[in-house]
Every structure is written in structure tokens, then in C-alpha cells.
Write a protein that binds this ligand. Structure first.
Ligand code: ATP
Ligand code: LTN
Length: 333
């Protein structure tokens, strides 16, 4: 679909069930998933196959997958307007991923910074962690997505998905839509409250630095009030020189729809900024937590939403996979 003015764009995005949803996930990506529903045709996916790339416990993965899907409904993903589904329930993802692995080069996969960070110096690094961006490209290309709302950390993966789509189209003829990244102007990279040079992450061992969406509001407020700030008392939005204060300004700005630079002018000290930021985040999570509690009391509802979503996703993905299979010279199924 062509994102020309007035046309409905196809939007696709995914989130891994690797841990409880963080404030970073919400401000950097998920809130834009919700707002895109007003104008666009959206598909949202819990990318459980991606969660297998790192060591995991099967029972925990099952629980996290259901919890994440429930959170997505609680934040306002409307299953009547959008398609919400689990990646593993639409086998076309794994199949197109193979074609993408054969389109990507080892050299370009090796350059992915997320791979380097996650591989670190671990003794065991799965081959899946290395080919992960090819599966991500498949997720996006299967639905002819025009736009992919993600946080800033996914910029490089999105660029690779665009390169793979372009290369495939060039080699085998027009097959895929080349997607654009949708990265927010504010809070695209929410930082850890205890180490503001590091991204807030759901798999990081930093209990005081990471705010969870379903966490007790009093604990959230405490973490924000105890956030590490910078030397010098001046309140200024300058992520390079003042990462701690800038992170709080970005969080407050994103939570209240204000520009962090303008907000900075309203504060002379860190204390009141922290207090306002804590209040704004607590106000943000309160209705989400209430809705989550309602939904979690009836897990059948979410299971039914996911099953309906998988059916809708399969109907879209099947013909695109067939197109790609035919383009590379595979005989029809
Ligand atoms: P992991 O710790 O397992 O790598 P993650 O939270 O970094 O998890 P995902 O759960 O897959 O990664 O991310 C879902 C979305 O949230 C992505 O679009 C990602 O860019 C965004 N996101 C993740 N962390 C942040 C953050 N700190 N700030 C802004 N956006 C973020
Ligand atoms: N790689 C992403 C998660 C992800 C994704 C996707 C995001 C997998 N498939 C497709 C957008 C579109 C991450 O690590 N956050």
C-alpha cells in the first residue's frame, strides 16, 4: 500500500515476551501503536519466536507471552480495529525468515549492534540471535507494512529490513513494500534511572533503574524520585552533557505531551522535576493497571483475541509469502 496523502497506511510492529513491559517500551513504542489505530490499518505482534534467541524458561515464556498480550489490550490496542497476534501462530513468519536469511549477508548481520551487545562474551550464543534481524524483516515484509513504530534502538534493524526488501525486489522483481521506521521525537530512548547512559531494558538486572508498567505506583514514584541526576544543579535538556536530567525531562514530556526543552525552563531544581515526573508517570499507569486487572481475571478473552488475530494475520501473510516463493523460483505449495 502506498502511504500517499489520505490513504490508509499499513502499520506493523512487534514486541518480545522476554520480560515485564517497561516504561521505555511504552513511551518509545507502544503508545504510538495505540495512536496509529486512529488513522491506519495496524497489525501488532508478540514476537515469541524472537524470545527463543536467548536462554529462557518455557513456563516463564508462556506466562510472559500471555501477560504481554494482556498488557497490549490494557494500554488500548483495540482488537476490533487492529490485528493482535502471536508470531508463532502464523507459520509464514518462520518460512519467510528463511528467504530473508538467504537475502542477508553474514557481513551485514555481523554489523548489528544489538547482536554484539546481546552476544557479549556469553559462552553460548545461538545462531538464532545472529539471524534475528532476518526474522524481524520477514515479520514486517509479510504484511506490506508502510510504517513500523519502534524505539530508537531498532533504527539499525529497520534499515536492514529496508535494504533486504530493496535487494530482493531488485534481484527477483517487485515483491515487497519498503517500510519506513516510525521513531518518536520524544522519549525514543528512555534511559535507565540508575545509569542514564544505558537504555532502560526489560532484561537488564537493574531493579531500581527500570520502571515496569504493572509495578506498584508507590514503587514507581520512589524510583523516579531516587533517579541518578547529573553534576551541576541546572535543569537543561541536553542528553549528551546531562543524561540523567534529560531522561526525566523526556519522560515527563512524553507522559504529558510537552516539549522537554520547554519543560526544562520551568524548573530551577531537580527535586520538583522529579516530583512532577513521578506524578505524571503514576497518572499514566493507573488506568492501564486497572484495565489489566480486569482483563487478567478472564484469560479466555485474551486467548480468543489472539486466536482471531492469528486468523486475520494468516489471511494477509499467505499471499505475500506465495508471492515471495514464486519470485525466487520455488514451485507453488
Ligand atoms: P530486551 O531487553 O529483551 O531486549 P526490549 O524491551 O529492549 O527487550 P522489545 O521488548 O522487543 O525490546 O521492544 C519493544 C519496543 O520497545 C521496540 O520498539 C523498542 O525499540 C522499544 N523500546 C525498548 N526499550 C526502549 C527504551 N528504553 N526506550 C524507548 N523505546 C524502547
Ligand atoms: N527486534 C525488535 C522486536 C521485533 C520487531 C519486529 C519490532 C521483532 N520483530 C518487527 C518491529 C517490527 C526488538 O528487539 N525490540
Amino acid at each position: 500500500m502506498d502511504p500517499t496523502i489520505g490513504a490508509v497506511a499499513r502499520v506493523f510492529s512487534g514486541i518480545k515476551p522476554t520480560g515485564p513491559v517497561t516504561l521505555g517500551n511504552y513511551l518509545g513504542a507502544l503508545r504510538n501503536w495505540v495512536s496509529a489505530q486512529a488513522d491506519d490499518d495496524c497489525l501488532y505482534c508478540v514476537v515469541d519466536l524472537h524470545a527463543l534467541t536467548v536462554p529462557h524458561d518455557p513456563a516463564e515464556l508462556r506466562a510472559l507471552t500471555l501477560e504481554l498480550a494482556t498488557v497490549l489490550v490494557a494500554i488500548g490496542i483495540d482488537p476490533d480495529r487492529s490485528t493482535l497476534f502471536l508470531q508463532s501462530q502464523v507459520h509464514e513468519h518462520a518460512e519467510l525468515a528463511w528467504l530473508m536469511e538467504c537475502t542477508a549477508s553474514v557481513g551485514e548481520l555481523r554489523r548489528m549492534t544489538q547482536f554484539k551487545e546481546k552476544a557479549g562474551d556469553h559462552e553460548f550464543v545461538s545462531a538464532g540471535l545472529f539471524t534475528y534481524p532476518a526474522l524481524m524483516a520477514a515479520d514486517i515484509l509479510l504484511y506490506d507494512a508502510d510504517r513500523v513504530p519502534v524505539g530508537d534502538d531498532q533504527r539499525q534493524h529497520l534499515e536492514l529490513a529496508r535494504d533486504l526488501a530493496t535487494r530482493f525486489n531488485h534481484r527477483f522483481g517487485p515483491t515487497f513494500t519498503v517500510p519506513e521506521a516510525g521513531i518518536p521525537a520524544v522519549a525514543a530512548r528512555v534511559m535507565d534511572l540508575q545509569d542514564p547512559t544505558r537504555k532502560m531494558s526489560k532484561t537488564e538486572e537493574s531493579p531500581q533503574g527500570v520502571v515496569l508498567l504493572l509495578e506498584d505506583p508507590a514503587a514507581i514514584a520512589r524510583k523516579i524520585r531516587r533517579a541518578v541526576t547529573d553534576t551541576g544543579a541546572e535543569v537543561r535538556y541536553d542528553p549528551e552533557a546531562k543524561p540523567g536530567v534529560s531522561n526525566l525531562l523526556a519522560i515527563l514530556g512524553a507522559a504529558t505531551g510537552q516539549d522537554p526543552c520547554v519543560l526544562a525552563g520551568k524548573y530551577e531544581q531537580y527535586g520538583p522535576l522529579k516530583a512532577d515526573c513521578a506524578d505524571a508517570v503514576v497518572e499514566l499507569v493507573r488506568p492501564i493497571q486497572a484495565r489489566y486487572a480486569e482483563l487478567a481475571s478472564d484469560p479466555g478473552t485474551v486467548a480468543e483475541i489472539l486466536s482471531r488475530g492469528a486468523g486475520k494475520a494468516r489471511a494477509l501473510a499467505g499471499p505475500v509469502l506465495d508471492r515471495a516463493r514464486a519470485a525466487v523460483g520455488l514451485l507453488p505449495r
